[in-house]
Design a protein around this ligand. Structure first.
Ligand code: CUA
Length: 358
């Protein structure tokens, strides 16, 4: 056995067959380049800067300001950190007898108090200067969207300045380049409404309506989340945000306002009957039918949404079966009862009916 192996035995059986040159060997063996670890770390960190839920990849006016502030704050922090590290490095190397007391005190006052204070003050002034833009309310003709944080899903109501309001849930669609006023609240516990790609977040507080203005600056699909711990389902209440061209959005909103598609075959018709007789309609609304429940999410156009259970499952027949059979297995603490005990034919019909609600 090689002597270096004897000195550094591998912790487990893995690696005992290591036959290549030993990187720990200082006498000319292969070495890992020094930059490999920092480069890997940077790549991993940078990978988190993009994606549908990133503050650093802004797609909205508010998010652009937040991202700018973030970079300036990071630059300020880096500046202070570099100054402190340089000072520490200098202090380690300097010989005490080379320094008199007054010079040492000056160094501490300038490097330790004045420079950081000036940098922090500049950053504070810059932050305060950008803040009014973040909070500016839109005009009276703006589209308003009322969002309520429920346990654990999102009740959404579009209130266009011209036209009837439209009830929906768990998926948000927004027009490009138009300021949208969000009025957010909650009936019971505190949630926080946050679409990182579009702007800042705002708390949803029972008994209070908070406002937030968001304006999307590019089309695409983004992800919104609850940013305040609200109970069992906190991590399982997300929503998809689709930013569309304005004309496309208007067409979609008109469509969304309309009633649900009528069942097109005998199985879907049976499913609609099961939906009513089992009591689904007492909690859920389906426009154009007898189902007018308001406790749970509106299901009028459920099949046109990409996810089920507030961003938790892809909207597929298989996922729908799992969700209906045992909702609590997917979202602990959910208020919807399980329907796995329904006769198989009824269960299949119910899944077919829900899948038809385009
Ligand atoms: Cu809702 Cu956390």
């Amino acid at each position: 056995m090689h002597p270096s192996h004897a000195r550094y035995p591998p912790p487990s059986g893995r690696g005992t067959s290591h036959a290549g040159p030993d990187w720990r060997d200082a006498s000319g063996g292969e070495r890992r380049p020094w930059f490999r670890a920092p480069a890997t770390t940077l790549c991993v960190l940078a990978a988190g800067c993009a994606g549908p839920q990133s503050t650093l990849s802004p797609a909205g006016r508010g998010a652009e300001i937040v991202a700018e502030l973030t970079w300036w704050m990071a630059a300020g922090a880096l500046g202070i950190w570099l100054a402190v590290v340089a000072l520490a490095w200098y202090v380690i190397r300097v010989r005490p007898e080379e320094y008199d007391e007054r010079a040492a005190r000056r160094l501490i006052i300038w490097g330790g108090a004045i420079v950081p204070s000036v940098v922090l003050l500049l950053l504070l002034a810059y932050g305060l200067h950008r803040m009014p833009e973040l909070l500016a309310p839109p005009g009276d003709d703006a589209l308003t969207v009322a969002v309520s944080g429920e346990e654990w899903w999102w009740r959404i109501r579009y209130e266009p300045p011209d036209g009837e309001p439209v009830d929906s849930a768990n998926e948000l669609r927004l027009p490009l380049g138009r300021a949208v006023r969000f009025r957010v609240t909650s009936p019971d516990v505190i949630h926080s409404f946050w679409i990182p790609s579009l702007g800042g977040k705002v708390d949803m507080i029972p008994g209070r309506t908070n406002e937030l203005t968001l304006e999307a600056t590019r089309t695409g699909t983004f992800r919104g989340v609850c940013a305040e711990f609200c109970g069992h389902g906190h991590a399982l209440m997300a929503f998809r945000v689709v930013v569309m061209e304005p004309a496309e959005f208007e067409a979609w909103l008109d469509d969304e306002r309309g009633p649900a598609t009528a069942p097109s075959d005998s199985i879907e018709t049976r499913g609609a009957e099961v939906f009513q007789s089992t009591g689904c309609g007492a909690c859920h609304g389906v426009r154009g039918t007898e189902a007018i429940g308001r406790v749970g999410p509106d299901l009028t156009h459920l099949a046109s949404r990409a996810t089920l259970a507030a961003g938790t499952l892809e909207n597929t027949p298989q996922a729908m079966r799992r969700w209906l059979a045992e909702p609590a297995a997917i979202k602990p603490g959910v208020h919807m009862p399980p329907f796995g005990e329904l006769p198989e034919a009824d269960f299949d019909a119910l899944v077919a009916y829900l899948g038809s609600l385009q």
